[in-house]
Design a protein around this ligand. Sequence first.
Ligand code: MN
Length: 253
Amino acid sequence: MRILLSNDDGYAAPGLSVLAQALRQIAEVIVVAPERNRSGASNSLTLDRPLRLNRLDADVYAVDGTPADCVNLALTGAVDARPDLVISGINAGENLGEDVLYSGTVAAAMEGALLGLPALAISQVAHAEPVDYGHAVRLVLELVQGCTRETLPRGTLLNVNVPQGSQLPRLQLTRLGRRHRDTVAIRQEDPRHRPVFWLGPIGSPGADAGPGTDFHAVGEGYASVTPIHTDLTAYSQLEDVGSWLATAAGRAV
Ligand code: MN
């Protein structure tokens, strides 16, 4: 099996290094990852300049682009070998609920899914340094071995979040929850007394964090596994929006 490994924390991030080392025991691993931390890059692609692929080792490449750039380049010709599976992580920090819309970790896996490969995004919940990736590594190895028995449906990726804890967590199949969007931008002044802003921290879980959600599973000590697909169509709204559109437009649609 050949695995393409990427992330959004950068090729030198500890979470990627420990996972690459472990995966090399069971598979051929090609690392194509951003040259620096691109957390929050989402699915963005770099279209306004060329990208440089720096070969750091026989099977390790650093790209001066986004996580999605890395996976796209690797799967569209910059790297000769076609992988069987795309893995992104291990991210330092959770990617739960609507985090997946902003996450570069999830985006790297999503790019793999969009290009027709089974894909897995793995994040380690982390409240303290140094982050312990041991359980997350074990779970990825289990899931990768599972992929050789039964492949994922096309166009679907698995978003896996691993809680901190002393024992290897059990898996729980979940749906995405939602956070409270309760943060405000942080205003500061630069040395010339002009205002600058930091976007506020991510909101607290709770808008939708009950049983069945990824937030709940991780809170209860389970490793959360959420299948995610890229079709954002609101199917449950098609009829209502059709009626609204007919009225709003004043003619049949
Ligand atoms: Mn990250």
